[in-house]
Design a protein around this ligand. Sequence first.
Ligand code: SF4
Length: 453
Amino acid sequence: MASENKIINKTNSESPSFGGVGGGFVSTRNSCKLCAPLGASMVFKGIEGCVPLIHGSQGCATYIRRYMISHFKEPVDIASSNFSEETTIYGGSRNFITGINNIIKQYKPQVIGIASTCLSETIGEDIPGHIYNYLEANEGETRTLPTFIHSSTPSYCGSHAEGFHNTVLATVKTLAEYQKKNDHITLLPGMVSPADLRYLKDLLADFDIKATVFPDYSETLDNEYTSEYQLIPTGGTPIYEIKRMGNSKAVIEFGTTFNKGVSRAKDKGALQTAGEWLESTYYIKNHQMPLPIGITATDRFVSALKEITGKELPEQHRKERGRLVDAYIDAHKYVFGKKALLYGEDDFVAALADWCKEIGIEPYYFKSTDFETLREEAESIKPDMLLGNSKGYYIARERKIPLVRVGFPIHDRFGANRMHHLGYRGTQELFDRVVNALIEYKQENSPIGYKYL
Ligand code: SF4
């Protein structure tokens, strides 16, 4: 087994500086980060009956829709308050009201999730104030007004991952209440695939555990065919379930890197995760842990479920674990000692790195970098494979090595929403893909060729 992962802790602050006040401005080349309201939109898509509204220019909503449609291959309706030059100078309150009225008229949503953008934050839009004024102006209305959730997501304060986490936190803070303790648990899975969400729900059902999984876009972003267009797709975590989170017996939250050591350390509130907030507000124990990729990490998740409920791992899942151990033994010779270059969201990459160590692959990854830096580092590392999203494809192509596509976004393959990474079952699928990519590479590059292993 490889003993150490190679975490190359190079941040963008070490990239060449291009001046600016105090010399603090840096440039990235082909950035790994996506935009913060994109992460917010994914969370809003995981709430039942919710329509996301991007408070800013139309291009922001178009970019987000394009990225999500290309990855999920589903229609993704995202509204925009459509800022113009005039709005930028005089403020966006009028556009906000028009946008909200149009959404209510066209979609009749239960929830409107409002994410800010670089522009609306820079000009100091008071979105909570807009919501307050809208509700006050519509007091006594006979029509039922939706619930409003606001998430502050300027992209210069973080990536899509921060946007995602901040919106989970904003939603929980807005809706969760305490009434009476009950025996259900809250699972906050982070930014995972629809297939992963379905797996987690199946596992919890097999354990016979009552749980709220939030956000749940397992249907909204990977839905069945319907002959009529659904303005708001079915699925998503119901509002009443988010509300009752304050009554939970326990919280399980995947991800351990968000908010640790980031530059906003001054603002303690912004640094809390939703699980930490539930713990500090409602005294519910938050079991925070890495994403369950691999046997060790999944065992930890399963142990937490057993500890909380006193129940044993269901037989079919115990067998899945056993088959995974067997596969590790069978394929060890193909993976041992290989080098993998990893990239993606910090929590996801941290979990992948631990998994690589578990199977004998040496993981290399960078913190907060861009693809050109990654490309340069690949020159010295000489990895055997890349593990990450589609955006690193050109590095794999240039180096003529396999890219195993995982995470988000995957724009050059089909079925990204059905890619599975979590638990014993997801790890098995991931392991098979990694092993086969290495075997295929060896076979393709063999001078004699072979067709039998
Ligand atoms: S301007 Fe900001 S919010 Fe809009 S798409 Fe660009 S990074 Fe995202």
